[in-house]
Ligand binder design. Structure first.
Ligand code: NAD
Length: 261
């Protein structure tokens, strides 16, 4: 069977997706969108009850989802979470590494503990989850890894740990594409620009701006004249997870309302 035929077959036997950091924001929108696409979705976040809204939104539409608690920077917790999702929903063959957080600190300010924490979630977390899910993808001879990076990967003064982790994800993605392509697995990164979420709300507070003013400034500097929504990212993730994207791998898609590099 050719890879393209294999991709088509997978439509009929739709399976399980795991989305990290899916209690709210971009992760929640991605989880809901993948459920609409026919996937059973493991909704992973720090606390199980925080995932109730996302799971409820999916099941209300007739989809299938389960909440699973794990800190993605804890490799044992991630391994247990993947086993839990595999047992309940079936082995995950789509993984969206979305969990992330930013800490405002420049190179001189950042402590080692802060650096560890930021890389632990944004970069190690993606590694731990991917390593745990890849055996399922290899068994299925099909898989999709989507890593949520950021335009910060290109440089972000005052957030050196976050920028470094998000840049690291790009090398991670391209290497996954090389290593896993022969197993029918693609790996791509989405690098969002300004997206309305708790993360950008927190940035507004840090800068002493109202969220409305922060959004207005971001919209003004975006060529398309608006800020991004979690659904903008979910559309792209949906495509990358789909059989239609079987020939797209190792790419970084900037979803930022304009060119950024
Ligand atoms: P958000 O804060 O709304 O969502 C992040 C989610 O990750 C939260 O639900 C949080 O609980 C979860 N999370 C954090 N640490 C975790 C951990 N250790 N283990 C498990 N879950 C954890 O922010 P968002 O904007 O939806 O961010 C989603 C992703 O998009 C992040 O990787 C972020 O870096 C990236 N991103 C966001 C923007 C933006 O403008 N909002 C831009 C570029 C990239």
């Amino acid at each position: 069977m050719t890879q393209s035929e294999q991709d088509s077959t997978q439509v009929a036997t739709r399976r399980t997706a795991l989305v990290t950091g899916a209690a709210g924001g971009i992760g929640a929108a991605v989880a809901v969108r993948l459920a609409r696409d026919g996937f059973a979705v493991g909704v992973l976040d720090l606390a199980e009850d925080a995932c109730a809204g996302t799971v409820g939104a999916i099941t209300a539409e007739g989809g299938s989802a389960t909440a699973v608690a794990a800190d993605v920077s804890d490799e044992r917790a991630v391994g247990a979470a993947v086993r839990h999702v595999a047992d309940l929903l079936g082995p995950p063959t789509v993984l969206v590494n979305n969990a992330g957080f930013a800490r405002a600190a420049s190179v001189g300010e950042m402590t080692t503990a802060q650096w560890d924490a930021v890389l632990g979630v944004n970069l190690y977390g993606a590694f731990f989850a991917t390593r745990a899910v890849v055996p399922h993808m290899k068994s299925a001879e099909w898989g999709r890894v989507v890593n949520i990076s950021s335009i910060s990967a290109l440089g972000d003064a005052g957030r050196i740990g976050y920028a470094s982790a998000k840049a690291g994800l790009l090398g991670f993605t391209k290497t996954l594409a090389l290593e896993l392509g022969p197993h029918g697995v693609t790996a791509n990164a989405i690098a969002p620009g300004f997206v309305v979420s708790d993360m950008t709300r927190a940035s507004a507070r840090r800068l002493g701006l109202t969220f409305e003013e922060f959004q207005r400034r971001a919209a003004e500097s975006a060529p398309v004249g608006r800020v991004g929504t979690p659904e903008d990212i979910a559309h792209t993730a949906s495509f990358l997870a789909s059989p239609a994207a079987g020939f797209v791998s190792g790419q970084v898609i900037y979803v930022a309302g304009g060119p950024v590099d």
